[in-house]
Design a protein around this ligand. Structure first.
Ligand code: NAD
Length: 458
């Protein structure tokens, strides 16, 4: 099984004396998370599909195509790999009672690193109040269950817009993502599928085959992990970073057999230079990942203009300017230029600080909340070409950026989530790879947190 090294504390409390000690003292006992490897099974153990709608039945049938052991009724005391609760026809909160009892009775049988996934419909102010309350009720169930699950298991939800079926491409794509180890550090979150768009990959082990992807800030940390993950999934890469990081950038480019472009993304013509590089080297551009970002933390009372302006310039203004160039270009946003599939993808890295705010980070939070606003407003602009744009909001991820946090603060920060540990750069990368794939074609304007259900914000 693909497992990255757990942090020292997690290793200590996972076996022997450390395990006993942690148990006695009631200390956190983070699980070693199941992470994605293309050659591993999607999930081990039977998958129980709960729900009586025709959508539940259709979904259960579709899952058989993935060679899963699909059950409609649980066998008591038999371990389950996943439970899928389908509530796509919910119209009254009283309807929870029966399916939730079935789920409750099966939870003890959920294996370590198991999955619970709800499939339901979004609530909105336009709905009849009873329907809206039932739909929004799923939110409370899901977020509470995510906090109740143990041993690396997670609970996440799929919201299908009215008219989108449970077997739509991106409903299945999102389900596959949530079942797999790609979503190891995603917990208590929802993905909204807004349309039937998208396509299943020919080969699930290389879902980005034939695509050309750009990753900014790729010399190290999360950006380097994104580049490696997209390359593993079949994409050809252009990796970008500032000239000062040129050596590290070249090493990453070599590793992913891609090309390096030394570029400060705040340059006025950054968008044009990215497009020119992709056109010259590959003749196409399908995916752009805005990952480069900086922090310049200070309480606002002590904040100088330089700190404020540089964070806004790198983290949001550069992305806005580059997107304008991308949207105006035939290479990225046009249809079938040089065989391009005409389904452009942008994924932006935001932060939980941009959702919940953070002391000492007014500048950073403004920029990351700005990214979220930008993503929502850009989604309709990309839709005519079948394009999507989404944001990923990491919580505490183990990188050079977070290694700078003083020890005690860092130790607290990494335990303050339902999985009681920090995430890995690969966790952010796997989520981005999914959102960049054809199977996520019906998902746009979403903000997905990769934070282990961090206690900050929702
Ligand atoms: P990092 O500092 O390790 O890497 C960032 C990279 O971006 C560096 O290689 C840097 O040289 C590059 N970069 C900075 N300014 C640039 C510019 N003007 N032009 C081109 N490249 C530039 O950071 P990381 O931890 O890997 O973070 C990556 C992204 O994830 C950032 O957007 C960050 O805000 C976000 N994020 C990180 C965490 C975390 O816990 N590490 C949490 C939430 C969000």
């Amino acid at each position: 099984m693909a497992q990255l090294k757990a942090d020292k504390y997690t290793q200590f409390v996972s076996a022997g004396f450390g395990k006993d000690l942690a148990k006695k003292l009631g200390l956190p006992q983070p699980a070693i998370l199941r992470r994605f490897a293309p050659e591993e099974p999607l999930i081990t153990g039977p998958v129980l599909v709960v729900g009586s709608s025709s959508g539940a039945e259709a979904l259960a049938s579709s899952l058989l195509e993935w060679n899963l052991d699909v059950r409609r009724v649980a066998t008591p005391k038999q371990k389950l790999g996943a439970i899928i609760l389908v509530l796509d026809e919910l119209s009254d909160p009283r309807e929870f009672s029966e399916p939730i009892r079935t789920v409750g009775a099966s939870l003890r049988d959920l294996a370590a690193n198991g999955r619970l996934v709800t499939v339901s419909r979004p609530a909105s102010a336009e709905l009849e109040p009873t329907v809206a309350s039932a739909r929004n009720g799923v939110d409370g169930i899901l977020r509470s269950l995510a906090k109740e699950l143990r041993a690396g298991s997670t609970a996440n939800g799929i919201l299908l817009a009215d008219g989108v079926s449970t077997t739509a491409v991106s409903s299945l794509g999102a389900l596959r993502y949530f079942l797999s180890g790609r979503s190891a550090f995603v917990d208590g979150q929802f993905l909204t599928v807004g349309s039937d768009s998208g396509a299943q990959p020919a080969d699930w082990t290389r879902p980005l085959e034939g695509k050309v992807a750009v990753v900014t800030g790729a010399a190290r940390g999360i950006g380097a992990a994104i580049a490696k993950t997209l390359a593993r999934d079949g994409a050809r890469l252009v990796v970008i970073d500032v000239p000062a990081a040129g050596d590290h950038l070249a090493a990453v480019a070599n590793q992913v057999k891609g090309t390096a472009l030394q570029l400060d993304i705040t340059a006025e013509d950054a968008g044009q230079r990215i497009l020119a590089h992709a056109a010259e080297r590959y003749g196409r551009l399908d995916i752009v990942v805005h990952n480069a970002g900086i922090t310049r933390d200070k309480l606002l009372a002590n904040m100088d203009q330089g700190r404020w302006d540089s964070v806004i310039a790198v983290n949001i203004s550069a992305q806005l300017r580059i997107n304008q160039a991308l949207l105006a270009s035939e290479l990225f946003n046009g249809n079938s230029v040089n065989g391009s599939s005409g389904a452009p993808r942008i994924v932006s890295v935001a932060s939980t600080s941009g959702i919940a705010g953070n002391r000492g980070q007014t500048n950073y939070a403004a920029s990351k909340a700005g990214v979220i606003g930008m993503v929502r407003a850009t989604a309709p602009l990309l839709a005519p070409a079948g394009g999507t744009i989404n944001a990923v909001a990491p919580g505490f991820i183990e990188t050079d950026m977070t290694a700078k946090i003083p020890f005690a603060t860092r130790e607290v920060a990494r335990r303050l989530n339902s999985l009681q540990q920090g995430g890995r750069p690969e966790d952010v990368a796997e989520t981005i790879a999914f959102l960049a794939s054809d199977s996520a074609g019906g998902i746009s304007g979403n903000v997905l947190r990769v934070c282990g259900q961090n206690l900050v914000g929702q």
